[in-house]
Write a protein that binds this ligand. Structure first.
Ligand code: 0T9
Length: 408
C-alpha cells in the first residue's frame, strides 16, 4: 500500500475519525480529495458487459445444462470489472460521485461476434440511492436488467456493504430467466489510505430451466486463503446432482470442472480482452447524461482543485434540492425515463421460492428472500413502453423539459 505523507496523512486521519461515527449513508461521507473519483455510480452498471461475447454465449448453446454453466461463467467473469477495476486502474478504490435522481448513463458495446449490446442505466432513486439498468443484445435475444442500492456500516476500520436488489438475465430464444443475487463486500486498506474491495458470503443464480448455482466468496484472512477467491457449484434442481464447479480468483483465473476433471479455464487478460463501451461525445449527450452533467465537477477533480470541486458539486445538489421542493409544491414526482417501480414481479418471486426450497431441502442452507421493496423505493423494472416512446421521439417534449432541470 502506498503510504500517505504530509497533509494527505492528516486529512486521511481525520476522515477515518469521521467515518467511525458514520451513519450508514455512504453518499453523505465527505472524503478527502485524493480519494474522489469523477465517475458517477450510475456508470457502474457497465461493468456487467465488458465481455460481450461471454454475455451472449449462453443464447447460442443448445443444451440447457451448458447454458446454465455459461451464464455462471459470464457472471463470474464480470466480478473483476465490478469490484477491482478502480483499484487496478486508479491505484485504489475511489469514492464515486453520488448520482442525482434521473441521471443517465447510456452507451453500447460493438463486438464483431456479439454484435451490438446496448446499455441504459438510470438513477431511479436518490433517497436511498438506487440505480437501475437494462443491457440488451437484440441480435442474440439476451437481456439483463436489474437494480441495486447499498446498505453500509462501519466496524473496526472496515466499511461493510450489503447490496440490495437483484439482476435478471433473460434468454429469449429459450424462454429462460436467471435470477442473480449480489455479493456483500467490505472495504479493506482504509488505515493505509488505499482502500480496496473484498467480496464475502455467498450469492446464487437460479434459472427457470431448473439449475441452481451457489457462489461463495472468501478473502485472504480466510483459513490461509488467497484474496478474491471464489468457489461456485452448479446443481440440477430436480435431482440435486452437482454438475459443475468453478473456482479460482475472480481477479485472475477460473477453473471449470465437471466431476473432478478440469474441462475449461478462463483467464483474465490478453486471452479475454475487454470491449470498451462507446458513448456519445459530451456535446451530443442529453443534459441528464452523467458525463455531461458532471463535466465541470470532473474537470475540477482532474485539476485537483478541491474548492472548485465543492462549488460545482453544490450547484448540482442545490438545483436538485430546488427541483424536489418545486415538485413537492406542485404535487408532482420526477418521471423516470426508462424504468417503473412495481411492488413485486411474479416471475422473480417464483425463482426466489424455487431457489429457497433447493437451498433448504438439498443443501441445508437458509433460503434466500427478496429484499423489502421499501429498501429500494420499489422493485424496479425496465419499461419497454417508456423506452419505445423515447426512441420513437414521442416523448421528445418531455425529454427536452427534463433536460432543462439540469444546470449547465
Ligand atoms: C454496484 C459495485 C457497487 C455498485 C459499489 C461501496 C461502493 C459503492 C457501491 C456495489 C456495482 O455493480 C458494483 C462496486 C463497488 C462498490 C463501491 C466500493 C466503494 O468503496 C463504494 C463506497 C461508496 C465508497 O466509495 C466508500 C469510500 C471509500 C472508497 C474510501 C473511503
Amino acid at each position: 500500500a502506498a503510504a500517505l505523507t504530509g497533509s494527505a496523512k492528516s486529512t486521511w486521519a481525520s476522515f477515518l475519525k469521521s467515518i467511525a461515527s458514520f451513519n450508514g449513508d455512504l453518499a453523505s461521507m465527505t472524503a478527502p480529495p485524493f480519494i474522489l473519483s469523477k465517475t458517477s455510480l450510475v456508470e457502474y452498471s457497465a461493468y456487467w458487459t465488458e465481455h460481450p461475447k461471454l454475455f451472449v454465449a449462453p443464447a447460442k448453446e443448445q443444451d440447457p445444462e451448458k447454458r446454465a454453466l455459461l451464464v455462471l461463467k459470464w457472471f463470474l467473469s464480470t466480478l473483476k470489472q465490478q469490484y477491482s477495476s478502480r483499484s487496478e486502474k486508479l491505484g485504489s478504490e475511489k469514492k464515486p460521485l453520488n448520482p442525482f435522481l434521473g441521471e443517465l448513463f447510456l452507451g453500447h458495446w460493438e463486438d464483431e461476434e456479439a454484435g451490438k449490446t446496448e446499455l441504459i442505466s438510470e438513477q431511479v432513486s436518490h433517497h436511498p440511492p438506487v440505480t437501475a439498468y437494462s443491457i440488451f443484445n437484440e441480435k442474440h435475444g439476451v437481456k439483463l436488467q436489474g437494480y441495486n442500492g447499498q446498505k453500509a456500516g462501519f466496524a473496526s476500520m472496515t466499511i461493510n456493504v450489503k447490496q440490495v436488489g437483484i439482476a435478471r438475465l433473460r434468454l429469449e430464444k429459450w424462454d429462460e430467466e436467471y435470477l442473480i443475487t449480489l455479493p456483500a463486500l467490505h472495504i479493506e486498506g482504509l488505515v493505509y489510505g488505499s482502500p480496496f474491495v473484498e467480496l464475502e458470503k455467498s450469492t446464487i443464480i437460479q434459472s427457470s430451466s431448473g439449475f441452481f448455482a451457489k457462489i461463495d466468496y472468501t478473502g485472504k484472512g480466510w483459513v490461509g486463503g488467497k484474496s478474491n477467491s471464489v468457489s461456485a457449484e452448479l446443481y440440477d434442481n430436480k435431482t440435486g446432482k452437482l454438475l459443475y464447479t468453478i473456482s479460482g480468483q475472480w481477479t485472475k483465473e477460473l477453473v471449470i470442472k465437471k466431476a473432478k476433471t478440469e474441462v475449461e479455464r478462463f483467464e483474465h487478460g490478453d486471452k479475454n480482452p475487454t470491449t470498451g463501451l462507446t458513448i456519445k461525445p459530451i456535446e451530443e449527450q442529453d443534459p441528464l447524461e452523467s458525463r455531461r452533467a458532471w463535466a465541470k465537477v470532473g474537470a475540477a477533480i482532474d485539476k485537483g482543485d478541491y474548492d472548485e470541486t465543492g462549488i460545482e458539486k453544490s450547484k448540482i445538489e442545490n438545483a436538485q434540492r430546488d427541483l424536489r421542493k418545486k415538485e413537492k409544491e406542485e404535487g408532482t414526482t420526477w418521471e423516470r425515463r426508462y424504468f417503473t417501480a412495481v411492488d413485486k414481479v411474479d416471475e422473480v418471486d417464483a425463482l426466489v421460492e424455487r431457489a429457497g426450497k433447493f437451498m433448504k431441502t438439498v443443501l441445508g442452507l437458509t433460503p434466500i428472500s427478496m429484499d423489502e421493496p421499501a429498501k429500494t423505493n420499489g422493485v424496479w423494472v425496465f419499461d419497454t413502453k417508456k423506452y419505445e416512446d423515447v426512441v420513437s421521439g414521442r416523448k421528445a417534449e418531455e425529454v427536452r423539459r427534463a433536460g432543462e432541470t439540469v444546470l449547465e
